[in-house]
Write a protein that binds this ligand. Sequence first.
Ligand SMILES: [Zn+2]
Length: 242
Amino acid sequence: MLNILRIPVLQDNYIWLVNEPISGATAVIDPALAEPVLEAAQIHGWHITHILNTHWHPDHVGGNAAIKAATGCHIIGPLAEHDKITAIDETVIDGDIVELGKVTARVIDVPGHTAGHNAYYFADNCALFCGDTLFAMGCGRLFEGTATEMWQSLAKLSSLPDDTQVYCAHEYTLSNGKFALHVDGGNQALIERMAEVVAKRVSNIATIPTTMALERATNPFLLAKNVDEFAARRIAKDSFKG
Ligand SMILES: [Zn+2]
């Protein structure tokens, strides 16, 4: 099993700290910052051995250099974005296997938000780290990729098992849910989910991780009938004022 710790930073980012207890190997997923990560690792007695970056955006790699300087950890990120990822040691492409102590993650290429965006899937642990590709009831903005690319990327993730825990990089659930209700207001599973999300956010409780089953039932981007509907929803979301 893995110990997975959520570290909330900045406005709405989540950094994930993943500890494999048998070997002690510990990975940071998308460190926006270094200090809160080093502090959390110290509190838990974990030594950071790896950083896994999903994409190059500063709020996902900002802590790379300082964490590496403090721990000597090994930094892994997508080949297509290697020149934009600070202090990167190893590049990976779709299908590569990343070892973290006794467990492994498969690299899934999910372009759309950025051109080289990766996800890391720990199949035996039912854990997916998907950066800014799939969010709870939402998906990443299309900064570098096309709607077709994102649609295909989401289809890859959506093919993972129901019980997959989805660890995305932002707490966008409440605003995503408002848009979801706007386009799919008759969806009973969505209505019920939003009632829970609203209650949690009032108390500042995190809504991540989500699960693939929940996303398939309520995420308007996974529920789009085809790529055209997906693209229209993505454009509508960009200017949606909930
Ligand atoms: Zn991003």
